[in-house]
Design a protein around this ligand. Structure first.
Ligand SMILES: [Zn+2]
Length: 250
């Protein structure tokens, strides 16, 4: 993918030891050219990692290893994976990657913009091992509820499906960090003991929930290439996009 760099002075160096685990979708409420100019202006005090144009252009403003200033304010969040510490929200800029898109909230998205954004999302997810689902690809308003960004025209499920659609390689069981290959088949299992529910098939992710023994859990599918525990790398995922290890259920 061809990416034009237009580095912005508006960012925080590094990520305060956080790793990006979600991608935030924004709408520019303007043009790509206007956004290039706005993000290059130190007085604006805003940026994003990327901007995608209606012709499929991709501009990069901030390195992924640095924190862009795109979603720092939290207000009535609806996102279940929002992080807190001691009752305070942690600045989401430290653990997200932001992508702006050309147009206004009610401007239809071109096929070229969908395709370029999906390819960019896939590449970011590959680099950071981010699951491609609605828990990890979110609209800005899910963090800042007073905004409507990214507007009414983008279908995030379609964007995610396009990003996933490029992953057509078969299921593999190696440990090279590939994005998990989902097998969609629904069913129910029961927790054997206290079971951690996580945001990815990976015990390095902090649990988002813990369920007691003997609780029935519905799954939407599974992968065979999650983190391997006791030689078992099968993990189930739920409709909500959370994960649990198959060894913890019967
Ligand atoms: Zn936004």
């Amino acid at each position: 993918m061809s990416i034009v760099t237009k580095f912005s002075p508006n960012f925080t160096a590094g990520r305060k030891n956080y790793t990006p685990f979600a991608i935030v979708i924004h709408i520019m409420d303007g043009t790509l050219t206007g956004t290039d100019s706005w993000f290059s202006n130190p007085a604006s005090k805003v940026s994003a990692h990327y901007g995608v144009g209606q012709q499929g252009e991709v501009h990069q403003y901030v390195k992924e290893t640095d924190s862009a200033w795109h979603a720092g304010r939290v207000y009535t969040p609806s996102w279940s994976l929002i992080k807190t510490s001691n009752g305070q929200y942690i600045n989401p800029n430290y653990y997200t990657i932001g992508i702006e898109h050309e147009g206004k909230g009610d401007t239809p998205w071109s096929d070229a913009m969908y395709a370029a954004s999906a390819a960019l999302i896939r590449d970011i997810a590959d680099r950071w091992h981010i699951p491609l689902d609605r828990q990890h690809v979110i609209g800005h308003h899910e963090i800042y509820g007073a905004k409507t960004c990214p507007g009414t025209k983008v279908d995030l499920n379609k964007l995610i499906a396009l990003a996933n659609g490029n992953h057509t390689t078969p299921v593999n069981n190696d440990d090279d960090g590939d994005i998990p290959q989902k097998v969609k088949v629904t069913g129910k299992v029961t927790s054997r003991s206290r079971l951690n529910i996580r945001s990815a098939p990976d015990t390095h992710k902090a649990p988002v929930n813990i369920v007691e023994p003997g609780i029935q859990l519905a799954y939407d599918g599974y992968v065979n290439n999650g983190e391997k525990i006791n030689n078992n790398s099968k993990w189930y995922y739920t409709e909500e996009g959370s994960w649990f290890w198959s060894g913890g259920v019967k």
